[in-house]
Design a protein around this ligand. Structure first.
Ligand code: VG1
Ligand code: CO
Length: 542
């Protein structure tokens, strides 16, 4: 029943910020997915007879690769596979299932916020037994295996029925098809004050949650509407579609503009939110106010003790380097640790496992806590709701009061998408070469205090991650950061992160792009963005 199939390596299977992401036709090449899955197994030790979790965000090709992964897990000696019904598990739900059932690890099929469909993106990532994304050491080992693979193992078990919850035997292995929502909903119920949230909705509080035709639809329906009693229609676009309805399931001001417009309109609901393809990102928009992800991390951390799951307080806060320093001020006030990591959730795992951080966040709309080892979109939404219920204030009040107390970190990210790889590399190389000469010079009247290429020294395992983003810091605390995306699938994407701190309360209601105008111009002066990329403006501003 078990076959060993000869194969040839593909040399482009290097995992990026979050797993391997490629266009669907790339994944559909002969043995392409099989090679990568076998390389994951080849890089792991000691899983014979153990349990593997498999689930994905429901995008095009999800079912096919789920079947392959099950048949390969059986052939490679796993004792059991737990798979989400229909091949579905949001990224945070998969992380939870891995942890709750003390399984060996899990394979998550997703390209997250990237578009889906026959010509769009697909992805595969591996999460370890702590529920978190494979650390760099493991992703490097997997990549090394992909370059020398000569065969893979697969069991002839036919097509497993993924649509019926229950347990079947296949190829000498147990396959348990699980309800993707149940365990996750129970976890949320253990962290948040569901009675208070039910009372909130009962009092007429109106909310809009846009699942963007991605994986969080069933989770939002069950939790917000069925368990918390929010009116039918609170969750929008809640049926996961293989192509996300033709849209980018990326909850930002560009791809969720309809939600933003509604929240700024005259008849706006009290609270608006959205999540991405695999359910780990969140967009938060209060009535009449957009909350930047960096601010959201800080505000959630400052108020988390109001939710039952965090009433004992936080151990520490961790944020990715490009994320604004708003959270640092909260950590300082609370007298707890603040950690600055490279971009990507895999760097938070050690801090969470070691009990050094409780809440983590990224400027890219990812927030999470030690309840799982991934960022978690609905969790962030529920924590916001819990805080609104406990404080009895609107999101706008909470945001403006926070700025008044801590100051405001004006923040924006400018993305230049699908630029030619050579041109992007030239920009970065040139910038790196002049870093040492920048400190002490002035740009647009602003003096540069320091400039470097961020390196992270993991305080738990001592590992070092270098070249994690170029930062130029100005006197007074403003900064611009440049890095290339590690999740795109065509060309290169340059991300420019711009931040300025404003302590003065009378200057907290400026337009963000205007408040940052000098720094935006300085970023171009320093890096020559226009001349290198040939672009006069960013493709996406968040
Ligand atoms: C982006 C974000 C990063 C996030 C990653 C995965 O990476 O910047 O913060 O962790 O996506 O998120 P990059 O390398 O393209 O900047 V997700 O929701 O796509 O899993
Ligand atoms: Co995601």
């Amino acid at each position: 029943m078990i076959r060993t199939v000869a194969t040839k390596p593909y040399l482009d299977q290097k995992p990026g910020t979050s797993g391997l992401r490629k266009k669907v036709p790339v994944f559909q090449q002969e043995h392409y997915a099989e090679n990568f899955i076998q390389a994951i197994f080849d890089a792991l030790d000691g899983f014979k007879g153990k349990t593997l979790v498999i689930g994905g965000d429901g995008r095009f090709y999800n079912r096919e690769v789920t079947q392959k992964a099950i048949a390969m897990a059986a052939a490679n000696g796993f004792g059991k596979v737990m798979v989400g019904q229909g091949g579905i598990l949001s990224t945070p739900a998969a992380s939870h299932v891995i942890r709750k059932y003390k399984t060996f690890g899990g394979i998550i099929l997703s390209a997250s916020h990237n578009p889906g469909g026959p010509h769009e993106d697909f992805g595969i990532k591996y999460n370890a037994g702590n529920g978190g994304p494979a650390p760099e050491k493991l992703t490097e080992a997997i990549f090394a295996k992909t370059k020398m693979i000569s065969s893979f193992k697969i069991a002839d078990i036919g097509t497993v029925d993924l649509d019926t919850v229950g347990t079947v035997e296949a190829g000498g292995m147990t396959v348990e098809v699980v309800d993707p929502v149940a365990d996750y909903a129970e976890l949320m119920e253990s962290l948040f004050d569901f009675d208070a949230l039910r009372a909130l909705f009962k009092s007429g509080f109106r909310m809009r949650f846009d699942a963007m035709h991605a994986v969080t639809g069933p989770y939002a329906k069950e939790i917000l509407e069925n368990r918390l009693g929010a009116p039918n229609g609170t969750a929008r676009n809640f049926v996961p579609l293989p192509d996300f309805g033709g849209h980018h399931p990326d909850p930002n001001l560009v791809h969720a503009k309809h939600l933003y417009d509604e929240m700024m309109g005259p008849d706006a609901p009290d609270f608006g939110a959205a999540s991405d393809g695999d359910g780990d990102r969140n967009l938060i928009i209060g009535k009449g106010i957009f909350v930047t992800p960096s601010d959201s991390v800080a505000m959630l951390a400052a108020n988390a003790h109001l939710a039952p799951g965090y009433k004992a307080g936080l151990k520490g806060i961790a944020r990715s380097m490009p994320t604004s320093g708003a959270a640092d001020r909260v950590a300082e006030k609370l007298g707890i640790g603040i950690y600055e990591t490279p971009t990507g959730w895999k760097f938070f795992g050690n801090l969470l496992d070691a009990g050094m951080a409780t809440i983590c966040g990224e400027e890219s709309a990812g927030t999470g806590s030690n309840h799982v080892r991934e960022k978690d979109g609905l969790w962030a939404v529920l924590l916001w709701l819990n805080i609104l219920a406990a404080r009895g204030e609107s999101a706008k009040q909470i945001v403006t009061e926070h700025w008044a107390a801590y100051g405001r970190n004006y923040y924006s990210r400018h993305d230049y998408e699908e630029i030619e790889t050579d041109r992007a590399n030239a920009l970065v190389d040139e910038l790196r070469a002049k870093l040492a000469s920048l400190p002490g010079t002035s740009v647009r009247g602003m003096k540069i205090a320091s400039a470097d290429d961020f390196a992270y020294h993991d305080p738990v395992d001592g590992s070092i991650a270098r070249n994690q983003g170029i930062r130029v810091l100005f006197e007074g605390g403003s900064r611009v950061v440049f890095r290339l995306s590690g999740t795109g699938t065509s060309g290169a994407t340059l991300r420019v992160y711009i931040e300025r701190y404003e302590p003065d309360k009378s200057r907290h209601d400026l337009d963000t792009q205007e408040a940052l105008a000098d720094l935006i111009a300085a970023a171009d002066d320093i890096a020559g963005i226009r001349s290198h990329t040939g672009r006069v403006k960013p493709s996406v501003i968040t």
